[in-house]
Structures are given as structure tokens and as C-alpha cells.
Design a protein around this ligand. Structure first.
Ligand code: ADP
Ligand code: MG
Ligand code: MG
Length: 882
């Protein structure tokens, strides 16, 4: 196979589509050359050569250097200079570049081809001895550092001595004579640490430099970067050998980097920085402070008063040309040599969510891209940044995080530490901003969680209780920050060697998982016309319906504003935790006989009915899926002596009896225990109460011309018999309510089930005969299919991800090959016996773009996700359909 691809006036072998073979940098250098942009000529060695180098136990591929020599010959002809020449030498840079941009790989070597003789040639040819020796000393330094692994500080030391000798502080104040001496000093450093003379043969220099680039593909930091970013399947790095241009030839030269549009706001304004009289990395390295490109027109030099204006105008032309050609924002590197502009790199510009939205909309308006492309351009998850306040990036830059947990629920929150839910409620009530810190939260904590500005836990994964509840509310949460030691009694935490008490403020970033000491400033989200435009486009192209998981009228309203087309999951258990209700709930659970239980349920009924009326009203005309009681009953009971005493006082039940009931209800494995539909099989009266509340609420609404569309969902069904039994009771209850209320109008109530136990998916054809709808509860389905406890997974998940035993957290992104099979099977078998079956998903995966694409593929009718993810789901569903 061809090993070397040339780019220049003579010929250009490659093009922008060849990123896999030439690396991103090489492919784009070829592409820019062929569309007529001023690119210094050169050639690219393919990534296949790098692959071969490793296959042949780190031996340079046979014939490679012969092809390189031929390419250098072409380069010499084109530039009219000769490699290693004593008159006007050709110098080159050697640059790495894989198909994906990878920081941590090899540093670029500039000025290669200089030696003791050609440096004189360069001085003569340019009439600039200082520049020539400066270039030479940079080469010895970079070559020593990158190719021979001589530590940079040894060169620094030698430089300091010279600066001292001439009594100057800055590099560029050293006189020419000093630089000549510096070259000699550097050569000594080189020899001392490599036991060799600095190589004088340019072709020999080049060969070793190429090999150093190959080697850099497998240095530790490059390997870990690929692992962390999940980059697999690449052959290796390309090597770009390119003739040098010089930004350090004087006041008429310079170098810079830029974006064709503002990458943080998206504004269509060229955005960048440059430095006069500087080379290569000087801009990024921060040796001198660069100037904004906007000020370039003011740049003047003795030879040319309008140099800045001219170069700037040319850059603007190039911006237009690049965007017209690539049809996207470009991130570029350029150099100006004696007033002439050269392009050294271009790639797609990374951008924030806000910028992505604005750029897509404006490029569609400019007719640069089509509406469909605009939809596909925006990473759905990045929309989150537009919906929530976030920490001011400038403030974050100044601080170092104490630790990093899981980004469980996005947003930015700060406050003083609160250690229990009660404390959080009380202090928030008194006007304090608090962050609730718990090992893990439980349903008992919801009040405190609601009151807190943010939630921080030290155990638990992305679908732990804290994470799910917080996401549902759009409340900021960092979960599983395992480095934090929580001392609940002492009311303090220890992290990173520091201690924080209930009086101290911390800041948590739910979008990144970062935890900071002190208060960081926040910035408000910007949502505007462009956001609405993107949503309108999304709705036009998507096939999936988008519902939301909500259990209060406020959440329902918010989700509706975000575009939700119904509620896919209304959890009823949260409704029982409010102080005046929990007591009746507890009474009900503590009751040992049915009559006492029914009496307690009767007291809960009006509360439930009111909740449902509120939600039906908020969702007027849209379907509302209500899930019947799901968690094990012991979650509602008081577990410590103090609260048991309180319950005893309020109910008149003795503490002894309470204690015994608590221990009676204790389960070894509650998540696989007495919960879900199993509760209703044992205690049908619970189901009867809930269905009564739903039906009465629906009738009351319909009478007021509110179009209530209730759907009753029976959780945790594993056999059709469970569903058949409970469906019958539910239907009878509905009829009884109708009769009692003398209601004869239409009452469209569907009854369906959650598919969250593998057996239900396996027997979906049977289950479907008793169901009007299925909703895949993929949180539990994942838990039960893998056998991973979703509340304990964080103790081993990090190892699984590190060791690549798992590619990703299956609770975050649906495991399409395993759990997905059950979903696909459930869909197919369910429709076999019930063609009218409605199908949706209500697990956390309903808000994850990759999982949404899967849901589209297997033919679900809708996905349901937390209110703040509704816009993300709308966009992701459109992308899946395009
Ligand atoms: P990175 O991938 O780290 O950006 P590059 O290969 O792009 O590394 O090189 C870094 C910088 O070196 C470039 O931005 C440019 O300023 C300078 N450079 C590289 N090749 C040349 C060249 N042929 N002429 C002038 N400067 C160059
Ligand atoms: Mg670069
Ligand atoms: Mg469940």
C-alpha cells in the first residue's frame, strides 16, 4: 500500500475524507491545499505505517524511508530549497496526528534539517543570523526532549546561564552572540545526556523523528487518554512532514490560533489570538500574552504600515472559504511569514451547547446547511447547559475541585452542609441555602432533598435513589463521591485532607461531578428563539412520542412547557411521604387486620384524589400513566426509637407493637421482596384505594370539562396471572366508582403493566392479553437482567469500566445487546397477541440519546424521561429518525 501522501502545488494525493488513513491533521492539510488555501507543502505518512511499525516489533516499515526520500525530493523541487543545504536550506516540521485529536501524544518538532553548516546557510539566506541560531537552538531542545527524552530542564538551565551572562531576563533579549553560544551549550547538554553528538545528517534526523512519532502512539498518557475517551479501532498516528514557515522572522511575522465563530456563544464572529514575532506553540504556551485577532488591523511594522489590515482581511476571506467548504465551524492554526499568511491546521471546532444551537440555526439561515443537518449537528446532551444555571467558567478555572463524583443530576448549587433530611428542611425553612450530604438517600429523605439547594452522596450510582429523584426535579446532585468521609454525628465531612462542618459552604457541579470548597459564582441559562427553532425542527422529524416522569402538578406543568406529550410515569409513593400523610400510611402498614388497614387507607384516599386531580388538570388532554404503589412497605416505617415513639404517640399503637411489625417486615433483599404488584396481591385494598382515587379524580375532572386521560400501571408483573387478577379488581373498582358517582359519560381508563422483570418480557405474548399498554421499566429490568443492585453498583462499577469489563454504565445507557433483547422481544411478542398494545419506556434510559435511538429502532410509541430531559429527548428522537 501507498505509504506517503504528498500535498502541495506539484500534486495532492490525499483529501479530507481520508482521516482514518492520514489522520485528521494530514487529511485536512491535503484538503486545504486542494481548495487553494496557502498551506506550506509537505507529505503525510499513513497511520497504516504506524500499525506496521508495531506489528513488526518496532521496526521501521521496509521501503518507508525510500518513499520519504522521494517525497523530500519533490518538496525540494517545489520550494527551490535543499534539505541540509549550506546556502538556502529546506527546513521541515514533524507533526503527529491520528484520526481523532489526542492531547498527550507527541510534541511537534520544528526546524528539522538544521545543522552546524545549514544554520549558516539559513543566516545568509534570510540575512538574519539571530533568527537562524534561535531556530537551531529550538531544534536541539525539541529534538533532545521529544526524540531522545532529554529532560527539558537541562536545556532551561543552560539558557539561564546565558541570560545571566548577558544580564537579560527574557528569551528574546539575548543578543545574537549569546544565541550562538547557547547552541554550543545545548549541544553539550545533548551529548551529556544521550552520549551522542547532535545528529548532523538531516535525513538521519528525520528518520528518528518519524520513529519518535510512531513511538508516541503507545506512551502511557496516550493509551490512558484513548481508554478514558473510549477511542478504539484506530490504526495509529499519521506523521506529517511539512516545510517550515517562520512566524519569528521579525515584526512583520507572527503566529496564531482562531475559531471561525465564537465557540462559547456561537456568535458569527471570528474569534482568536495571535502573537507578533513568535513561533509555533508560543501562543498556547503562554510565554507572552497574545492579542485578540480583532485587534490585528492595528498591527503595523516599519516595512508595512497596513500589514495588519491586509492579513486580517485575508483571514476573513479564508474564514468564509473554510466554512463554505467544510460547512461547519473550524478551529485553525496559522502563521504569518514576512507579511504572507499560511494555514497550518484546520479541524471542526468544539463548542458549548449554547453555541451549537446558535450556530446550527444561523448556518441553516445562511443556507450553508439544511435543516436536517442542523438537527443532526447538536449533541442532545449539550442542551442541558441551556436549561440550567451553571458555574461561571472563570470562577471554576481559579479553583481546584476537592473531589469528583458522578454527575448525577446537572446544575450548579452551593450551600452550607446539612447532614440529615430533617436538618435540611428546618434550615431551609429558616432561609438558609443547604447542600444535603448523605451516604445515600432513601425515600424518607425526600422532603429534605426537596428543601436542599443540592444533594451530595458518597455511595450510589447514576440511578441510585438520590440521582433519580434529583434528576426528576431538575435538582443538582453529585452522587457516589466516594472520597468524602461523612461524620453525621460530628456534623462534618473530610475530603482531600480538608474538613468542612455544617457552618461551611461547598459548591457542587451536577454536570461534571465536581465538588468545591466555598461558593462559586453562577451564570443563568440563556434560552431563546434559536432553542425554540431547534425544538420545532425536532418535532417535525421525530417519530417517537415524548412523555415525562412527573409526580406533582408543578413538575407536570414544567414538563409540558418543555414539550412533554403526557406522563409516562407518575410514581405514587412520593405522595405518601408528606408529614400529614405519612402518619396514615404508617397506620395502614402497622395495622394487622384488614378493617384497620382499610380505615387508614380511607384517610389517604382524599389526598391521593387531590393529587391526581391536580396532575390531570395540568396535563389536560394528555395521557397520564399512574403507577400503583411500588416500594417495599418497610421503607415507610420508622426505624429508630425516637420516631417509633412519635408514631406511637400519634396513632396510639404501642412502641412494642411497632417494633415487632418493623422487624416482621424486615427483608433480606427488599428489592426482590414484597413490593410492586405483590403488595396488591396480598393487600388488594391498597390497589382498590388507589384505583378509586384515580377514577374519582378522573370523573371529577371530566365533569369540569378537563380532559383526564388516566392510565393505570401495575408494577413488577412477572406472570400474566398476577396481571389478570389485579386487572379484574381494578376494573370492578372502576365500575363501582362509576355507579357510586352515577357517572354515565365516557371514561377512558387504560390498564397496563410495567415490563421490568425478565420473565414478563419472555412471556410478553401472554402478558399482553391482559394489558392495554406496556411500559418498559428499564431500571429494574437492567438490575434484574444483570443481577447488579442499582444502589450498590458503584462499589465495583469503576473497576468494571477501568478494566473494560463493561463499556459503559448499563443504568445510564441501555445495554442494547442484552437488556435490549428483552425489550425487543417484549415489543414483538406483545404486539403478536395484542395489535393495539401501546409501548413505551419509563426507565432513566428514556432520557439518554443512545437509548432513545434504540427505542426508535425497536418501534416503541414513546419514551418518558425527567422533565429537564424532555427537550433532549425530542432532539435525540429526531436524530434517530433522520
Ligand atoms: P498540535 O497537534 O499539538 O497542535 P501541531 O502539529 O499542530 O501540534 O504543531 C503545533 C504548532 O507548531 C502549529 O500550530 C504551528 O504553529 C507550528 N508548526 C507546525 N508545523 C509548522 C510549519 N511547517 N511551519 C511553521 N510552524 C509550524
Ligand atoms: Mg495544532
Ligand atoms: Mg421498578
Amino acid at each position: 500500500a501507498k505509504m506517503v501522501y504528498y500535498f502541495g502545488k506539484t500534486k495532492t494525493d490525499g483529501d479530507g475524507s481520508m482521516k482514518q488513513l492520514l489522520g485528521g491533521k494530514g487529511a485536512n492539510l491535503a484538503e486545504m491545499t486542494s481548495i487553494g488555501l496557502p498551506v506550506p507543502p509537505g507529505f503525510t505518512i499513513t497511520t497504516e505505517c504506524c500499525d506496521k511499525y508495531y506489528q513488526e516489533k518496532q521496526k521501521m516499515p521496509t521501503g518507508l524511508m525510500k518513499d520519504v526520500e522521494a517525497a523530500v525530493k519533490t518538496l525540494e523541487k517545489e520550494t527551490g530549497k535543499k534539505f541540509g543545504d549550506t546556502e538556502n536550506p529546506l527546513l521541515v516540521s514533524v507533526r503527529s496526528g491520528a484520526a481523532m485529536s489526542m492531547p498527550g501524544m507527541m510534541n511537534t518538532i520544528l526546524n528539522l534539517g538544521l545543522n552546524d553548516k545549514s544554520v549558516v546557510g539559513l543566516a545568509n539566506a534570510t540575512g538574519n543570523e539571530r533568527f537562524a541560531y534561535d531556530a537551531y537552538r529550538r531544534l536541539i531542545n525539541m529534538y533532545g526532549d521529544v526524540v531522545m527524552e532529554v529532560h527539558h530542564e537541562h536545556f532551561e538551565e543552560a539558557f539561564s546561564k546565558i541570560k545571566q551572562k548577558y544580564g537579560v531576563k527574557l528569551d528574546n533579549e539575548v543578543p545574537t552572540k549569546g544565541l550562538v553560544e547557547l547552541v554550543e551549550a545545548y549541544k553539550k547538554v545533548y551529548k551529556k545526556h544521550t552520549k551522542q553528538d547532535f545528529p548532523q545528517d538531516p535525513m538521519g534526523q528525520l528518520e528518528l523523528a518519524i520513529e519518535a512519532v510512531f513511538k508516541s502512539w503507545n506512551v502511557d498518557k496516550a493509551i490512558s487518554y484513548r481508554r478514558i475517551e473510549g477511542i478504539t479501532g484506530l490504526k495509529g498516528t499519521g506523521v506529517n512532514v511539512q516545510s517550515m514557515v517562520f512566524g519569528n522572522m521579525g515584526d512583520d511575522s507572527g503566529t496564531g490560533v482562531a475559531f471561525t465563530r465564537n465557540p462559547s456563544t456561537g456568535e458569527n464572529k471570528f474569534y482568536g489570538e495571535f502573537l507578533v514575532n513568535a513561533q509555533g506553540e508560543d501562543v498556547v504556551a503562554g510565554i507572552r500574552t497574545p492579542q485578540p485577532v480583532a485587534e490585528m488591523p492595528k498591527w503595523k511594522c516599519d516595512a508595512d504600515k497596513t500589514i495588519g489590515k491586509k492579513v486580517h482581511a485575508e483571514l476573513m476571506k479564508i474564514k468564509t472559504k473554510l466554512e463554505k467548504h467544510y460547512k461547519d465551524v473550524q478551529d485553525i492554526e496559522f502563521t504569518i511569514e514576512k507579511g504572507k499568511l499560511y494555514m497550518l491546521q484546520t479541524r471542526t471546532g468544539k463548542r458549548t451547547g449554547a453555541a451549537a444551537v446558535r450556530i446550527a440555526c444561523e448556518m441553516v439561515k445562511e443556507k450553508l446547511i439544511t435543516e436536517k443537518t442542523g438537527v443532526l449537528r447538536i449533541p442532545p446532551n449539550d442542551l442541558t447547559q441551556l436549561l440550567l444555571p451553571s458555574f461561571d467558567p472563570a470562577a471554576k478555572k481559579k479553583e481546584k475541585p476537592l473531589t469528583i463524583g458522578l454527575p448525577a443530576s446537572p446544575g450548579a448549587a452551593f450551600g452550607k452542609l446539612a447532614f440529615t433530611a430533617d436538618e435540611a428542611v428546618e434550615r431551609a425553612h429558616n432561609g438558609e441555602k443547604v447542600i444535603l450530604v448523605r451516604k445515600e438517600t432513601s425515600p424518607e429523605d425526600v422532603d429534605g432533598m426537596h428543601s436542599a439547594a443540592g444533594i451530595l452522596t458518597s455511595t450510589g450510582g447514576m440511578t441510585s435513589h438520590a440521582a433519580v429523584v434529583a434528576r426528576g426535579w431538575g435538582k443538582c446532585c453529585v452522587a457516589g463521591a466516594g472520597e468524602i468521609e461523612i461524620d453525621e454525628k460530628g456534623r462534618k465531612i473530610k475530603v482531600g485532607g480538608k474538613t468542612f462542618t455544617h457552618k461551611d459552604v461547598i459548591s457542587i457541579d451536577g454536570s461534571t461531578g465536581e465538588v468545591y470548597g466555598g461558593e462559586l459564582g453562577t451564570v443563568e441559562p440563556k434560552m431563546g428563539g434559536d432553542f425554540e427553532t431547534v425544538m420545532k425542527w425536532s418535532d417535525k422529524y421525530r417519530k417517537l412520542g415524548i412523555r415525562t416522569n412527573a409526580d406533582s402538578p408543578e413538575d407536570s406543568k414544567r414538563a409540558r412547557k418543555f414539550g412533554a406529550e403526557g406522563i409516562g410515569l407518575c410514581r405514587t409513593e412520593h405522595m405518601f411521604f408528606e408529614p400529614e400523610r405519612i402518619i396514615h400510611m404508617r397506620e395502614m402498614i402497622l395495622a394487622e387486620e384488614k378493617p384497620a388497614r382499610e380505615a387508614a387507607l380511607k384517610k389517604l384516599l382524599p389526598y391521593q384524589r387531590k393529587d391526581f386531580e391536580g396532575i390531570f388538570k395540568a396535563m389536560d388532554g394528555l395521557p397520564v400513566t399512574v403507577r400503583l404503589l411500588d416500594p417495599p412497605l418497610h421503607e415507610f416505617l420508622p426505624h429508630d426509637a425516637k420516631s417509633q415513639k412519635e408514631v406511637s404517640d400519634a396513632t396510639g399503637i404501642s412502641t412494642k407493637q411497632i417494633k415487632s411489625r418493623v422487624s416482621q417486615l424486615h427483608e433480606h433483599n427488599p428489592m426482590l421482596g414484597h413490593r410492586g404488584c405483590r403488595l396488591s396481591v396480598t393487600y388488594p385494598e391498597i390497589l382498590v384505594m388507589q384505583v378509586t382515587a384515580i377514577t374519582e379524580a378522573a370523573i371529577n375532572c371530566l365533569k369540569k370539562k378537563i380532559d383526564a386521560k388516566a392510565e393505570i400501571m401495575i408494577p413488577l408483573v412477572g406472570t400474566v396471572q398476577e396481571l389478570a387478577m389485579l386487572r379484574k379488581i381494578a376494573e370492578e373498582t372502576i365500575e363501582e366508582v362509576k355507579a357510586a358517582k352515577k357517572y354515565t359519560g365516557k371514561l377512558p381508563i387504560l390498564i397496563g403493566t410495567m415490563i421490568e422483570i425478565p420473565r414478563a418480557a419472555l412471556t410478553a405474548d401472554e402478558v399482553a392479553t391482559e394489558a392495554d399498554f406496556f411500559s418498559f421499566g428499564t431500571n429494574d429490568l437492567t438490575q434484574m437482567t444483570f443481577g447488579y443492585s442499582r444502589d450498590d453498583i458503584n462499589s465495583f462499577l469503576p473497576d468494571y469500566l477501568n478494566e473494560e469489563v463493561l463499556e459503559k454504565d448499563p443504568f445510564q445507557s441501555l445495554d442494547t445487546s442484552g437488556v435490549g433483547q428483552l425489550v425487543a422481544m417484549g415489543v414483538e411478542k406483545g404486539r403478536q397477541t395484542n395489535a393495539k398494545l401501546k409501548l413505551g419506556i419509563c426507565g432513566e434510559h428514556g432520557g439518554d440519546p443512545a437509548s432513545i435511538a434504540f427505542c426508535h429502532k425497536v418501534g416503541l410509541n414513546y419514551v418518558s424521561c425527567s422533565p429537564f430531559r424532555v427537550p433532549i429527548a425530542r432532539l435525540a428522537a429526531a436524530q434517530a429518525a433522520l
